[in-house]
Design a protein around this ligand. Structure first.
Ligand code: CTP
Length: 222
């Protein structure tokens, strides 16, 4: 199968999982990403002969065979780790990266005081790993993003595809049964910068990973 051959020997960089943004030594802001989709992409790419580096946020998943894994915690650490891995042929940004993080983590545990009813945290925007990769001097040939949306899936996904200068975006509807973050199964709507649109699934994330890699492989030269 020619789609399989196209990944052979390619350097594939994958991010997966959530990021944790520390508030103080005992608290953080996280999200419900399980990392399953990104890990499945990394595993499938390695099986197809790609040289795979997986930058993983805090998840409890085993490292797929033949995959080089780099563990990180925060969005800032993930940004640094991912960009340090360039050049690559393909980047798949499956991580659910925090969009905002505390400006600074308190070095001591934050204590409540008597009569205190509210607590305000100031959050600052994190850097967009996907957009930075897509505009990098060493831009991978294919940059693939994910979008988790509750509504207007196609419009929001195509907006991200364009704004972040991606080649493909895999969108999934969250907040519905049989899909999303913690599930083993999912449905992906994949939109291309070339105007293409494909629905993958519903299927186990391991099956979706291979189907997504087929779309990627078909866009790699030779
Ligand atoms: N992403 C990233 N770096 C960030 C934020 C997101 O690389 N700091 C990537 C994710 O890995 C994913 C895609 O961007 O591939 C998700 O797009 P994003 O616009 O961040 O989605 P949301 O966080 O859901 O944004 P919004 O709240 O605007 O829908």
């Amino acid at each position: 199968m020619s789609a399989v051959d196209a990944l052979q020997g390619r350097r594939v960089l994958v991010s997966a999982g959530p990021t944790f943004e520390d508030i103080d030594p005992v608290r953080f802001i996280g999200n419900r990403s399980s990392g399953k989709m990104g890990f499945a992409v990394a595993q499938a790419a390695a099986r197809r002969g790609a040289r795979v580096v997986l930058v993983a946020g805090p998840v409890s998943l085993p490292t797929p065979e033949g995959v080089t894994r780099i563990d990180v915690r925060s969005a800032a650490q993930m940004h640094e780790a991912v960009l340090a891995q360039l050049p690559a042929d393909v980047y798949v940004g499956a991580a659910a990266v925090a969009d905002f993080a505390p400006a600074q983590a308190a070095s001591n545990k934050i204590k409540k005081t008597a009569g205190q009813d509210t607590l305000s945290l100031t959050l600052v925007r994190t850097r967009d790993i996907l957009a930075d990769i897509a505009m990098h001097a060493q831009r991978p040939r294919l940059v693939v993003g994910f979008a988790a949306e509750t509504d207007h899936v196609e419009a929001y996904a195509r907006g991200k595809l364009e704004n972040k200068r991606l080649d493909l975006i895999a969108a999934n509807r969250v907040g519905v049964e049989g899909g999303g973050f913690e599930s083993d199964d999912n449905t992906l709507a994949v939109y291309g910068a070339d105007g293409s649109a494909q629905v993958l699934g519903p299927a186990p994330k391991t099956v979706l990973a291979d189907a997504l890699l087929d779309l990627i492989a078909a866009r790699l030269p030779g």
